[in-house]
Design a protein around this ligand. Structure first.
Ligand code: BYC
Length: 482
């Protein structure tokens, strides 16, 4: 069961061959997916051999398969984690009853909406990142972004499988729409805000992987608790892929910070731009931006949607089954940030409607651990500066603080102070132009752009100077596939 059958057109571990109708529907979707990938996937590298990891089974050892693959030939497939025999619903009003193998009729619309919202983020991120290959800081990083991209494509497959297998005709229509919306498009944008932002450079990309993919981790972990077992199982497997994306983000920013502090020490200055580096103040402004748009992805602090998802048993808390309370939350309260005058204070609210905020808290604590590791690099170089997460009210478009101006240290400020100081807090046009000026491709194996340190080790025990993407291509091939 754990092994994936790669002899089939759509690799899977869900016995697709036994369900002819579903197989046919997915086989019809497959060429449209490939059209989307060729149109919106990584620009300019579709004919190149990339050293990619492919899942060959859903157990941890199954990840050990690395090979040269041209991205359009990547074996996107359908992989669900192994079923847990006798699994029951862990929370909400159906607590203790067997997990659903089919969609409960009363929750059909809600569940479909959750799956579509999750699914929509996956192609969106590929679209956001599609031009970055052309300015890669190294072949190692180029391979990593492509790994992330193909896995986001696979996550789309994961959600499309659920839509096709469990939601009949409207599921198929939603699967089509997932290929129609476009990140940043004014007529048919992606559903959630952060997925319509631009990712124009590699500093933004690494921040995106650190902050936005981490939202993915927390949302997927909550959906992995779902009483709808196929969703739970697919999210459990997706989480294993998500871990690599966050590694790319954390390690990427860590390597930038490393290079920055090396330049600061060498030249005895904070102004490392003169030496082709990214100064810590710019890194902080990008951090502020990406953190704030990712905080929005958790929804409003007080949400009846979230309460309903929970009570219905559709979406749990992070590590729901490890918690020791009643898993109903009818009486419990939870502290929620709320503006009061020019400060933001914590107010106890019913825990059930505060579930988005609770998940955001789990997320912020996880982000802080990563920031601490970056700060350890700075400190090790004897530099007395710390990167900081902005206050959760800063630069928000969703929730209690959406209508306010809040400084990164959590003060509600007037429009005048905001206007006067926002250039200190968010990337400025000058920052963006400077970062853009650094985006010069470095494609010689083992070489790295001057603003980022090499990684400590390569991929899958290969040396750092390994040729992770083969850029040489036979004459005529690029015209056809590139
Ligand atoms: N932008 O009650 P509210 C990932 C909407 S990332 C635009 O506050 P709720 C990945 C909301 O939809 C993980 N609209 O929020 C990362 C609702 O609209 P409707 C993605 C927003 O419903 C990197 C209304 O405002 N997965 O995997 O409790 C690369 C009121 O909403 C936003 C999921 O999100 C926003 N930021 O929670 C690749 C999991 N926030 O329904 C992939 C599935 C809220 O009234 N989604 N709205 O029309 C959910 O669980 C929930 O939909 C949300 C919102 C947590 C997003």
């Amino acid at each position: 069961m754990a092994r994936v059958d790669y002899s089939e057109r759509i690799p899977n571990n869900v016995s697709l061959a036994d369900n002819r109708r579903l197989l046919r529907a997915l086989e019809e979707w497959q060429p449209r997916y490939l059209d989307w990938w060729n149109q919106m996937g990584p620009d300019g590298f579709q004919a190149r051999d990339v050293y990619l990891r492919t899942a060959i089974s859903v157990d941890p050892q199954g990840w050990a398969h690395f090979d040269w693959v041209k991205m359009p030939e990547y074996r996107w497939g359908i992989f669900l984690a192994e079923p847990e025999p006798g699994r029951t619903i862990a929370f909400g009003e159906h607590k203790g009853t067997p997990a659903w193998q089919d969609v409960p009729g009363e929750y059909r619309g809600t569940l479909r909406r959750l799956i579509v919202t999750q699914g929509d983020t996956e192609p969106a991120s590929v679209e956001q990142q599609r031009h970055l290959g052309r300015t890669c800081p190294s072949l190692y990083d180029l391979r990593n972004i492509f790994q992330v991209n193909v896995e986001e494509g696979r996550h789309l497959w994961a959600m499309v499988y659920l839509l096709h297998a469990h939601f009949g005709r409207d599921g198929r229509e939603e699967a089509e729409s997932l290929l129609q919306r476009r990140s940043g498009d004014s007529d048919k944008p992606r559903i959630l805000g952060a997925f319509n932002e631009r990712t124009p450079d590699w500093l933004s990309f690494f921040m995106f992987c650190f902050f936005t993919d981490r939202d993915g981790k927390y949302q997927l972990a909550s959906l992995a608790e779902s009483g709808f077992d196929p969703l739970s199982r697919t999210c459990r497997f997706m989480l294993t892929e998500e871990a690599h994306h966050m590694f790319v983000g954390e390690a990427g920013i860590g390597r930038i910070v490393q290079k920055t502090v090396e330049l600061m020490r060498e030249h005895k200055t904070d102004d490392v731009r003169r030496f082709g580096g990214l100064d810590l103040a710019t890194i902080q402004r990008y951090l502020n931006f990406h953190c704030s748009v990712s905080l929005d992805l958790f929804g409003s602090e007080i949400s009846t949607n979230a309460a309903n998802f929970y009570t219905a048993g559709l979406k749990g808390r992070f590590e729901e089954t490890k918690k020791t309370d009643d898993h109903l939350l009818r009486e419990a309260t939870y502290p929620v940030a709320r503006p009061a005058g020019d400060a933001i204070t914590l107010v106890e609210e019913p825990a059930l409607t505060a579930l988005n905020e609770r998940l955001r808290d789990d997320y912020v604590a996880d982000c802080q651990r990563g920031v601490d590791r970056w700060n350890a690099v700075i400190k090790k170089h004897g530099i007395d500066v710390e990167l900081k997460l902005p206050h959760r009210g800063f630069h928000r478009a969703i929730g209690n603080c959406a209508e306010l101006r809040v400084s990164p240290d959590g003060r509600v400020v007037g429009q005048a102070e905001w206007d006067a100081r926002k250039h200190e807090w968010l990337p400025t046009p000058d920052d963006q132009a400077y970062v853009a000026s650094l985006m010069v491709p470095v494609v010689e194996p083992g070489k790295f752009a001057g603003w980022i340190a090499p990684p400590a080790r390569g991929i899958n025990s290969q040396p750092v100077e390994f040729e992770y993407v083969k850029l040489s291509v036979r004459a005529g091939e690029e015209g056809r596939r590139g």
